[in-house]
Structures are given as structure tokens and as C-alpha cells.
Design a protein around this ligand. Structure first.
Ligand code: SF4
Length: 255
């Protein structure tokens, strides 16, 4: 789930597992893979197995120790619904989440079917936001169909890295759409029309649209430092949050 930059739409990361394996086109330049290899090389605890999926029980209770309400992005270095995740460990992660209602947990996966099967008959506590990655039509759009069937306080899409025009998108039941281009020297370009199409779908349904960045390729199709490419779309920054969580999220980020 990792991306090569500070995650703007969260506050803290919590990684009770480490490592992953590639499942779709969006994984090609996975930052977690590069980072895990580096962290293993310098002996960081939890990364003894590099990018191989591993549970990290030492980190399981981190949120229990933190009293200050915090917005956590769960597993920036892994995928919570990886096929090697032991179900009893997943239960423990959700138990920590339910015991810490002061925190908010953003759970993003590319394994949408597995998330759906695990959560469909469970109570999804109010502090959980669920999201799926949508990098293209083939892999990404079916994930939305699983996501929209779950009842969480926020359902969101991480359309990053956007690799092609998504065409017609059914955004029923979706609360928030985050869009971004890829970073890094191997980044694949993103066309402005693809972003505009998604924004149009969001505007039609009054869904919060958050444009994170262009990434390594600018709106003018020139490759350069991503900071120079910025995050404006047609001369404006579009970074909206769903109304239901805007206040809480902004307060959390300011504290
Ligand atoms: S699912 Fe996320 S963490 Fe796993 S390989 Fe793909 S991009 Fe990397």
C-alpha cells in the first residue's frame, strides 16, 4: 500500500505486519519493497525478513499506548488482507481497533475480496474507514464493487498511481476519492483527462475529491521533480474531505 511520499491524508502509520507481494499493476514500483530491503540491511526490528510478509506482534499494541486521538493509516508497508495473514492475528488487530475508539483507522487494501469476506458479517466500528486502490479498470474497478457493500463510516478510493482512464465509474456508496500520479524515476505518466474524468464523476455525485499530486510527470507531460509538478488541477488545489469527518480530521492534523 505504500507510496513514495509522506501520506498527506493521514497522521500516523501503524504497521502490525511487514512485507507483502505484488498483486496488480499498481504494485510495480512498490515503495514498501524498496524500504523493507533497506530497513532489513540496517537491521531495523520487524524487517528481519525484508519484503516477505511477516506479522510484527511487537507493534500490535502501539495504538493502545497512545491516548491522544490519532488518525492511523494501517499498514503503509504491507497489506492487511495479504493471503498469508493469519486470521487470528487479523482478529487481534481489529480487537485493538475496537478498544481504541479515540483513534481513527484508515484501512486500504488491494485485496478487496478478502477484506469483504472477512468483514461482511462483522461489526465495523465507527472509527474504521475502509478503502481500496484503483489504479486501472481491470484490477481496480472490481475492488470498488466489494468495497461499496461494506458499511463503514467512510468508504474511500485511493486512485494512485492512476495508470489509465477509468472510463465510467460507479461511485455509489463511496464517500471519498483520492487521486495521485506515480513518483520515482520509474514512474508511469498520468494524463490530465483521466483525472478530470474522475473529478467529474465525483462532482456529479457530490463526493469529496482529493487531488494529492501529479507525481514525477507533470500536467504538461514533462518528467521532473514531483515538487515542481505540484498538486494543482486547472490552477486550483482540490483537497476535500468527506463532510462527516472533515472537522475531526482537520483538528487531528492540527494538534
Ligand atoms: S499491495 Fe501495496 S504493499 Fe503490497 S506489493 Fe502492492 S503496492 Fe506494495
Amino acid at each position: 500500500m505504500a507510496s513514495k511520499h509522506k501520506i498527506e491524508w493521514t497522521e500516523q502509520t501503524w504497521n502490525p505486519t511487514a512485507g507483502c507481494s505484488k498483486v496488480s499493476a499498481g504494485c510495480r514500483n512498490c515503495y514498501a519493497e524498496v524500504m523493507a530491503t533497506r530497513l532489513k540491511a540496517i537491521g531495523v526490528k520487524g524487517y528481519e525478513n525484508g519484503f516477505q510478509f511477516s506479522i510484527v506482534p511487537d507493534r500490535l499494541n502501539e495504538p493502545l499506548k497512545r491516548k491522544k486521538p490519532t488518525v492511523y493509516f494501517v499498514n503503509s508497508m504491507s497489506d492487511l488482507f495479504h493471503h498469508e495473514m493469519p486470521e487470528d492475528y487479523l482478529d487481534k488487530i481489529f480487537d485493538v481497533i475496537s478498544k481504541t475508539p479515540q483513534h481513527t483507522y484508515q484501512i486500504l487494501t488491494k485485496r478487496a475480496e478478502k477484506m469483504f469476506v472477512y468483514l461482511k458479517d462483522k461489526i465495523i466500528t465507527e472509527n474504521i474507514w475502509l478503502g481500496v486502490t484503483v489504479e486501472n479498470r481491470k484490477d481496480g474497478l472490481p475492488r470498488i464493487d466489494y468495497l461499496r457493500q461494506l458499511k463503514a463510516s467512510v468508504l474511500f478510493l485511493s486512485v494512485e498511481p492512476l495508470l489509465e482512464d477509468l472510463g465510467k465509474i460507479d461511485l455509489s456508496n463511496i464517500d471519498w476519492v483520492i487521486v495521485g500520479g506515480e513518483s520515482g524515476h520509474k514512474a508511469r505518466p498520468m494524463e490530465k483527462e483521466w483525472v478530470v474524468n474522475i473529478k467529474k464523476h465525483c462532482d456529479e455525485k457530490n463526493i469529496a475529491f482529493f487531488f494529492k499530486q501529479w507525481g514525477t510527470w507533470g500536467a504538461d507531460r514533462v518528467k521532473r521533480n514531483k515538487k515542481l509538478n505540484g498538486k494543482e488541477l486547472d490552477g486550483k488545489v482540490w483537497q476535500k474531505y468527506p463532510k462527516s469527518i472533515e472537522k475531526k480530521f482537520v483538528i487531528a492534523r492540527e494538534n
